[in-house]
Design a protein around this ligand. Structure first.
Ligand code: AMP
Ligand code: MG
Length: 281
């Protein structure tokens, strides 16, 4: 296993404005195949499960994992393969689609804030409040003046979560246009995936450059120490799984959590237990 800290490797440096076209979506950090990386993926995924149990037991803080990326970048797959290792008790997934009438009648952060994790919980956002400075910006769904103000609102919101003990980590799943097209083809060839296809996938592809630009602005403007962005090379699904499970694990490891002190005297309880067993009560 390599020793390097993936949280440093894939983190967007605060203040930087990375150019996505300069970042290789095929990167594999020296790994060659899925088979070769499998032990490492399993190791981190299992450790992640233990740490989630500890987070739940400690009941002092929470974790919010934000997944963003273009269509077919692997958000659903990441949830299934990596975060599926977590115990569903204490773990929630929230998808963000076009706002419903009720959501649209509120401020843009309302639905995100409502879905934020409670203490002791892990929540995964499949898309997120960032859509309000991505799709909304690319298609000018609100005037520029309005979406421009949202970066600051997002930073304040994430700082508030941090103050409450919610650790926010944000992943951008970085794929190439060729890989996206290959995945669209797979969907077309497999009737069990037809339900996933939408006209929007093909329309949005025409705005590839605009989306890259909108994401680059997000990385520059909303990347505080409290809520870091990671750009994950995601053309290889197994490498994406490895990188994300490592970063989630390393983040939870860094919290130095501990089990709470028992609320009872364990020696007394043990004595009671043996009494019951001996007397067959
Ligand atoms: P999917 O991720 O395939 O389920 O698609 C969800 C769709 O909802 C995507 O096309 C998103 O861009 C869109 N969406 C999510 N949030 C918003 C928003 N705030 N305003 C408009 N469209 C949104
Ligand atoms: Mg889609």
């Amino acid at each position: 296993m390599s020793d390097s800290d993936y949280r440093k490797r894939f983190r967007v440096t605060p203040g930087d404005r990375p150019k996505l076209e300069k970042i290789d979506p095929n990167a594999r950090d020296g790994h060659t195949t899925k088979q070769e990386a499998q032990d490492e993926i399993t190791h981190y995924a299992q450790r992640m499960r233990e740490l989630q149990y500890l987070l739940h037991a400690e009941n002092k803080r929470s974790l919010l994992i934000v997944l963003q990326g273009l269509d077919a970048s692997g958000k659903d797959g990441t949830i299934r393969h990596v975060l599926g290792y977590m115990n569903p008790q204490g773990c929630h997934v929230r998808g963000f689609k076009q706002p419903t009438a009720i959501e649209a009648a509120h401020d843009f952060l309302w639905r995100a804030h409502k879905a934020a994790p409670a203490t002791g919980e892990v929540t995964i956002f499949n898309r997120s409040h960032y859509e309000d400075v991505l799709v909304v910006r690319v298609h000018e769904l609100v005037p520029k003046k309005k979406w421009l103000g949202r970066y600051e609102h997002i930073n304040t919101f994430e700082a508030l979560l941090a103050e409450h003990g919610t650790h926010v980590i944000k992943f951008f799943l970085h794929i190439s246009p060729e890989e996206q097209l290959a995945r669209f083809k797979k969907r077309l060839d497999d009737p069990t995936r037809w339900w996933k296809i939408s006209e929007a996938d093909y329309n949005e592809r025409l705005y590839w450059k605009e989306y890259q630009h909108a994401y680059e602005d997000v990385f520059e403007r909303c990347n505080s120490g409290d809520a870091p962005w990671y750009i994950i090379p995601a053309n290889h699904k197994w490498f994406r799984n490895l990188a994300i499970s490592r970063i989630v694990t390393e983040t939870m490891e860094s919290l130095q959590m501990s089990f709470p002190e028992p609320s009872v005297n364990i020696d007394d309880i043990r004595r009671k237990y043996h009494e019951i067993v001996e007397k067959k009560l």
